[in-house]
Write a protein of this length. Structure first.
Ligand code: HEC
Length: 382
């Protein structure tokens, strides 16, 4: 069996160039030799070269570029282009985003473009029919680079509602963008459902100063009644909740629970699964978990804010951390993979990653329905 120690592992490849190395497939580590698909082999090989300085080795650079070209249009190309900072291939990512804006790798492609050359996306975002999935990917990336574009799209009254909504969501995912939304709402440029959506987004923003800007905006039930804040606990616990209605409510986009929680096969894997939550928490504890998430943060679900050297901030759950890489799981389930040398600092957050205020617009009956439904989620009885 061939032995590959950590220190000697890269040298033969570097000397041969990666394509030369790949031609020697029988001599490569078993994991590589077994993969059938040549792209898998190429990708696996290139992953092991991560961290090498390509500028010192033109033939290696050519081999890595060659692999990026072979992976062109595939999600795996995003990782290769990012990890080796292949700016000459940034255009491939634009192409990838044009065809696969809904792919899980899309936000990562966007983050790379934000660093490499944000203007490359302009052609895709420049018209009032900009694709909403791309704007959603920008929202998931949390990048502020396209705030001008998003704001312009949001301001076009004639643009399709789905475009304006997605542009709004993209702005709400970064602090300067959220402030722009508050300003537009204050000036009266947002109306009707769009204003409600803006108000809701601002109220549940993760920046306290932004949440304050939301007061008095929108026509949500709470704002109408002039009683912002959650429905009072005792009233909710006294009300008779309807399990079926609760099940519907929780699945509404505007309530948003499934954007972060799984219930059986449904929803995103971010916060703890709620599949059997009724066996763990009674109605009062459920009320507290929803209305005051930061009062009792689940172990292992603390939020972290990670700042990188180039001034980006990421918020999420710490999914893994090694000497090379720190992986944050972000709301929606997206993974942000940050190179350790790029990380400036990381701080544990006192605030839960579950936004407060989610129940504010449900009303007493709505929240009672949601609690009844959650309390009914238990392990199947044999
Ligand atoms: C942005 C993501 C996000 C959204 C949206 C969200 N949650 Fe959470 N939730 C979390 C996270 C993260 C935790 C774990 C941290 C904590 O306990 O505060 C959590 C914890 C909980 C818990 C406690 C679970 C336990 O095992 O102790 C309950 C119950 C809960 N959420 C219900 C809801 C409901 C109901 C909604 C919709 C109204 C909702 N969540 C929306 C992220 C979210």
């Amino acid at each position: 069996m061939t032995r590959h120690t950590r220190t000697s592992r890269f040298r033969p490849w570097a000397a041969l160039g990666l394509s030369g190395f790949l031609a020697l497939a029988p001599g490569c580590p078993p994991a590589l030799a077994r993969a059938d698909d040549t792209s898998d082999v190429a990708l696996e090989a290139v992953r092991r070269l991560k961290g090498m300085d390509l500028s010192a080795n033109p033939s290696l650079r050519a081999a890595v570029e060659n692999i990026a070209d072979r992976l062109r249009g595939q999600p795996a190309s995003v990782e290769v282009i990012r990890d080796f900072d292949l700016r000459s291939r940034a255009g491939h990512l634009v192409e990838f985003l044009r065809h696969h804006p809904e792919d899980a790798a899309a936000p990562e492609a966007i983050r790379y473009l934000a660093r490499a050359d944000a203007r490359l996306l302009d052609p895709l975002l420049g018209s009032p029919t900009a694709p909403p999935p791309l704007l959603k990917a920008i929202a998931r990336s949390g990048q502020p680079e396209w705030n001008d574009r998003s704001e312009a799209l949001l301001a076009v009254a004639a643009a399709p509602a789905s475009v304006r909504e997605s542009a709004l969501d993209a702005l709400l995912q970064n602090e300067p963008g959220a402030r722009r939304v508050a300003e537009m709402a204050r000036k009266g440029s947002l109306q009707g459902p769009l204003l409600d959506r803006a108000a809701e987004g601002l109220r549940s923003a993760r920046w306290p100063a932004v949440r304050e800007l939301a007061s008095g905006l929108g026509r949500g039930p709470a704002a109408q009644a002039g009683t912002p804040g959650a429905p009072p606990k005792q009233k909710v616990l006294d009300a008779h909740g309807d399990v079926a209605r609760g099940a519907q409510l929780i699945r509404r986009d505007t309530v948003g629970c499934l954007a972060c929680h799984k219930i059986r096969g449904e929803g995103a894997d971010f916060g703890p699964a709620l599949t059997e939550i009724g066996a763990k928490l009674g109605k009062e504890a459920l009320y507290d978990a929803i209305v005051e998430p930061s009062a009792g943060i689940g172990f292992g679900y603390e939020g972290w804010l990670v700042a990188t050297r180039d001034g980006e901030e990421f918020v999420g759950l710490l999914s893994s951390e090694t000497d090379q890489e720190l992986v944050l799981k972000q709301a929606g389930g997206n993974l942000a993979r940050l190179r350790k040398p790029d990380v400036l600092r990381k701080d544990k957050q006192a605030q839960s990653l579950m936004p407060a205020g989610l129940a504010d617009n449900l009303g007493v009956q709505g929240l009672a329905d949601v609690l009844a439904y959650l309390a009914s989620l238990r392990p199947p009885t044999p």
